[in-house]
Ligand binder design. Structure first.
Ligand code: GTP
Length: 601
């Protein structure tokens, strides 16, 4: 297809504003999906995505469309719809998907209005110089207020309220018109057809049958089925096994030319060899310069993952090896914990990423896991000039420390006017610094904060929701690091530090952390044969203490002599109970104590 007849676009929206539903309607209208095979949210392939209703991996679909109305009636074009992931953890992937497009449909729920991710995505689209079509969705809802939100949107984008297209992804109302407008408003791709090939990877997915499937947008030149391709970030050369387009299943093609979107299969087995953001060229006639914007994925949040049953350790390792094939951002290395045994220290893009991996390990691989409280990455400057990177609080250096750097984020919170005070209070309590505040309309406020990442990875989002009755929305992106007054708090059981409970916290919050964990453990750990002190300490200084009093546990005393079978039963029960205990020094700690103490609630 010649570029003039191609339109590459994406749909950007706040979570739940109806992106997948609208995409489904487009697939149906363009007759790409057989109506009999149509199922809700066709593009969300993974089970977890379907259950959680979120899109994790982006996909691209090629849809033929013939304009139905207006001056271009009858014109046939190829629409490439690139689906973008909707969550803050995946901002980089979103930015690459946007870079593969010329236009973005900015979808806003007509009953909700603009939310934090609407803004964040819009800013990303503008950075990538995309043409934006504002669209109000769900106009079939009785609670929809398209007039009101058209004003808001127009004000934000700098267009007229009439320019906002009104649709219902659910009923399909307005969707053919939207497709016509996409053809009319979005620019066709431009690129140099004769230049050496350059294609940008915007997604890369591992498939058990076919190996890695790489999604690309050809920027210049042409890639043919028999070419040998070269990854420009690593110089690695691969044989092409297949090349094609998605419509909506894989369809083989002979070539992908300038402006086109499609997939490549090379037989590599690991998405790390085919990374999002990288440039693909042809080995025979390589491009001189890669396309801009490539970044290595950088883990932001770390957590220790331990099998509850120690013998599952090899299974956990195998499972992580498998998941890694499909996830270039997942990193892990073996670690041992005195309290939890053998496990892995894993790095994630964010909390949702962590939750998804933990859930997949439990569900797809049948593993029972304990995950330690998530922590960010600290950079510790020692006196004398050396600097160490700490991804595990229990490995915090013990020598003289000059200063500690922690990562920060730029957060955008959108809230109704009434809750501005509550949001500010929350952010200040989390060491936030207000950077700016804008009224998007009379009753909707945008607050911009710089916050330590460590302060939002726990329950910040839940707190924000509960303090604003669910009305506020949040988006954030990494924004470097800052020097902070941080200390390591250890938790000691019977005099021994329990590594899984060590945490790096701000000095002003150390006391609260220490007392909370000590009090939780005091409730969770059963009495032992001897008295067990629980202490929280910074270095040698104890800042909190609880005590578990001793008891003599004699289960047999309850059975008045005689009944031997009852006795045996009781003994067995006690043995069972023991199995789920971990010995920490001399203290028996039930598994639940770790899970409960490490949970944030
Ligand atoms: P993420 O992929 O999680 O970002 O969500 P999404 O933006 O793709 O939203 P999705 O399409 O899953 O829709 C969210 C909810 O809104 C679902 O319950 C849909 O059924 C509903 N919905 C979507 N479009 C419409 C619409 O036009 N009208 C009505 N009434 N409901 C809609």
């Amino acid at each position: 297809t010649v570029p003039a007849h191609i339109r590459n676009f994406c749909i950007i929206a706040h979570i739940d504003h109806g992106k997948s539903t609208l995409a489904d309607r487009m697939l149906q209208l363009t007759e790409v999906v057989d109506p009999r095979q149509m199922r809700a949210q066709y593009l969300d392939r993974m089970d977890i995505e379907r259950e959680r209703g979120i899109t994790i991996k982006s996909q691209a679909v090629r849809m033929p469309w013939t304009v139905r109305e207006g001056e271009r009636t009858g014109e046939s074009v190829i629409l490439n719809m690139i689906d973008t992931p909707g969550h803050v953890d995946f901002t980089y992937e979103v930015s690459r998907s946007l870079a593969a497009c010329e236009g973005a449909v900015l979808l806003v729920d007509a009953a909700q209005g603009i939310e934090a991710q609407t803004l964040a995505n819009l800013y990303l689209a503008m950075e990538n110089e995309l043409h934006v079509i504002p669209v109000l969705n769900k106009i079939d809802l009785p609670a929809a207020q398209p007039e009101k939100y058209a004003e808001e949107l127009a004000h934000l984008i700098g267009c007229q309220p009439e320019d906002c297209i009104r649709v219902s992804g659910k009923t399909g109302l307005g969707v053919p018109y939207l497709l016509d407008e996409i053809v009319r408003q979005f620019p066709a791709p431009v690129g140099d057809a004769d230049a050496p090939a350059r294609a940008m990877i915007f997604d890369s997915v591992y498939d058990i049958y076919r190996g890695v499937v790489t999604y690309v947008r050809v920027i210049d030149g042409r890639i043919e089925a028999r070419d040998r391709i070269k990854m420009m970030s690593t110089g690695a050369v691969h044989e092409l096994l297949e090349i094609g387009v998605i419509s909506p299943e894989m369809v083989k093609a002979g070539a992908l030319s300038v402006g086109e979107v499609g997939y490549l299969i090379t037989g590599v087995k690991d998405v790390r060899q085919s990374r999002v953001g990288d440039t693909v060229t042809i080995n025979q006639r390589p491009a001189r310069e890669a396309l801009g914007g490539y970044k290595d994925p950088k883990p932001m949040v770390y957590s220790g993952l331990y099998p509850i049953d120690g013998s599952d350790y090899p299974a956990l390792r195998d499972a992580l090896d498998k998941l890694k094939l499909n996830d270039a951002a997942l990193v892990y290395e073996p670690e041992t914990s005195a309290a939890l045994g053998f496990g892995f220290r894993c790095g994630f893009l964010g909390l949702l990423h962590l939750e998804i991996i933990a859930e997949r390990l439990e569900r797809e691989f049948n593993l029972d896991l304990i995950s330690t409280a998530p922590n960010v990455v600290y950079r510790v400057d020692l006196e004398g000039g050396a600097s160490v990177v700490v991804t595990n609080p229990s490995e915090y250096p013990t020598g003289k420390i000059h200063q500690v750097h922690e990562p920060t984020v730029k957060a955008t919170v959108l809230t109704p006017n009434d809750y501005v005070g509550a949001v500010m209070e929350l952010c200040q309590g989390r060491r936030g610094v207000l950077q700016g505040m804008d009224y998007l309309s009379a009753d909707r406020v945008e607050l911009r904060y710089t916050l330590p990442l460590a302060e939002i990875i726990f329950d910040f989002f839940d707190q924000l929701k509960s303090k604003t009755k669910g009305y506020a929305s949040l988006d954030y992106e990494p924004s470097g690091e800052q020097v902070s007054d941080l200390v390591k708090v250890d938790i000691l059981l019977h005099g021994d530090a329990v590594d899984a409970f060590s945490a790096i916290v701000h000095k002003d919050k150390a006391y609260a952390y220490g007392t909370t964990i000590a009090a939780k453990l005091q409730k969770l750990i059963p009495r032992q044969q001897f008295e067990v002190p629980i202490q929280a300490a910074i270095g040698n200084r104890v800042i909190a203490r609880e005590t578990i009093r001793a008891i003599r546990k004699d289960v047999l005393a309850k059975c008045y002599g005689g009944d031997i079978s009852r006795k045996r039963k009781l003994l067995e029960k006690q043995k069972e109970g023991k199995k789920r205990m971990k010995m920490v020094g001399r203290v028996e700690v039930p598994q639940e104590a770790f899970i409960a103490a490490l949970s944030t609630s």
